[in-house]
Design a protein around this ligand. Structure first.
Ligand SMILES: C[S@@+](CC[C@H](N)C(=O)[O-])C[C@H]1O[C@@H](n2cnc3c(N)ncnc32)[C@H](O)[C@@H]1O
Length: 211
């Protein structure tokens, strides 16, 4: 749903304001898997980086996809390819993003070639939020790197979770194409059944392909 709120004047660079930013609020609360700072960060990274092709691994009910598309709507261009074998997006919510989003109902990383084809090219922005165990994180990240543009950004959700943290530390050490930009959303949520285990957090990587 594009928000054409004309209260947002253009800035000094002539760019339109974040009119759809308000959409990431109440309308999304019931389905969002993301904390407030995470939603704001996802929105801001898309609104600021202005990617042409976004990849999302792990869509579930579409909470983050709605945020990504709100930012793309405010930029005025760009598309989102969602990869999830078991998406649970209601028709009502899908109608809000279908003008920019395509769902590939299949597993990452096997479906990432299909995702690239659906996008019409390689991705310059990705959110990895699928399986959160160590092996899934490594598979998703190493499967995503070949379908990225030479320069791209990757956001990792639940980066406070121990397997994601460990996987990312190993991947930053292994792949010199990846630069750790750090944990850019600090709040975390304690796992009710597992003392010392935390969820939430967004860590960001810059990807620079070395030839
Ligand atoms: C935490 S939810 C995603 C939440 C969503 N990004 C949001 O913020 O609203 C994780 C999703 O990842 C999906 N998933 C699990 N393994 C996957 C895989 N190998 N490839 C793609 N999606 C996967 C699950 O089906 C589930 O819907």
């Amino acid at each position: 749903m594009v928000n054409n709120d004309s209260n947002w004047a253009k800035d000094a660079a002539g760019l339109p304001g974040p009119a759809s930013f308000a959409n990431i609020g109440n309308a999304h609360n019931s389905i969002s898997q993301m904390l407030w700072p995470e939603r704001v960060l996802v929105y801001s990274s898309v609104f600021g980086l202005r990617p042409k092709r976004c990849l999302e691994i792990g869509t579930f009910q579409g909470g983050s996809a709605l945020v990504i598309v709100a930012a793309l709507d405010d930029v005025g261009e760009g598309k989102l390819i969602c990869v999830d074998p078991f998406p649970k997006v209601t028709p009502e919510n899908w109608a809000k993003i279908s003008h920019r989003a395509t769902m590939i109902q299949a597993m990452s990383p096997e479906a990432l070639g299909l995702a690239e084809t659906a996008a019409g090219g390689k991705f310059d922005w990705a959110l990895i939020d699928g399986g959160h165990d160590y092996d899934s994180l490594v598979r998703d990240l190493e499967g995503t790197m070949p379908v990225l543009e030479n320069k791209a950004y990757i956001l990792f959700h639940d980066a406070h979770y121990i397997d994601v943290e460990r996987g990312l530390n190993d991947m930053y050490y292994k792949h010199r194409e990846l630069t750790d930009l750090g944990m850019l959303s600090m709040p975390r949520v304690a796992d009710a059944g597992n003392p010392g285990i935390y969820w939430g957090g967004i860590r960001v990587a810059r990807f620079d392909r070395r030839s």
